[in-house]
Design a protein around this ligand. Structure first.
Ligand SMILES: [Zn+2]
Length: 208
């Protein structure tokens, strides 16, 4: 979509204080000041001064609010790390946000609805947050395989007509302690903030 980006800073504007030319940086597809109340609460994608960043499939990109938007790495990473760093610009950041918003904790049972890039990286994020059991709902065999590689203990075949969730366990019985809550998907393009009312069995809902 052209809004994921990372790279080396060529030059900075006169008001940029912290980002320096020559640094390797990763940015978000919403520019944010990282100082307003929304940013301070951790919702930089809802920054009061946010600006959309696009057109990143280009040799050069102008990033507004550079001090708040860009994160510099400690040094210039090796070439083989750059594809992974690029995912932090969008799909990994969104998957991590979803797992964080679902209040995933060590020992949690987590259900991830959807097996797109964000859903799969939601699985990876939940594993990093030391969830004990991660269930990925998927109808795609190759993505189920990836979900397992990323830490999902079970992969389910899901059928998701509007307003209804019908899942079938593959090779296992349902866990009676797992009470997934299907909630409105969060998308970084929405202004509405995610709700923080999940119970201990956090659910991550991704249908991108
Ligand atoms: Zn802000």
């Amino acid at each position: 979509m052209g809004h994921e980006y990372c790279g080396i800073v060529e030059e900075v504007g006169s008001e940029v204080k912290h980002i320096k030319p020559g640094q390797f940086v990763v940015g978000s597809f919403f520019a944010s000041d990282n100082t307003c109340p929304n940013c301070q609460f951790g919702y930089q994608s809802s920054c009061m001064h946010r600006e959309r960043v696009g057109g990143a499939q280009a040799p050069l990109l102008r990033v507004p609010l550079a001090d708040g938007t860009l994160v510099a790495t400690p040094g210039v990473p090796s070439d083989d790390l750059i594809p992974s760093l690029l995912t932090t610009s969008d799909v990994l950041g969104t998957g991590w946000f979803a797992a964080d918003a679902a209040n995933v904790k060590p020992g949690s049972t987590v259900v991830v609805v959807g097996d797109g890039a964000v859903g799969l990286l939601g699985v990876l994020s939940a594993r990093q947050m030391r969830a004990e059991r991660i269930i990925a709902i998927s109808r795609n065999a190759s993505r189920q395989k990836l979900a397992r590689e990323f830490g999902a203990a079970l992969a389910l075949r899901g059928i998701l007509p509007p307003g209804r969730l019908d899942v079938r366990l593959v090779g296992a019985r349902p866990d009676p302690d797992c009470r997934p809550r299907i909630r409105r998907p969060w998308h970084p393009h929405q202004r509405r903030l995610p709700r923080h009312d999940q119970d201990a069995n956090g659910a991550v809902d991704d249908r991108r």
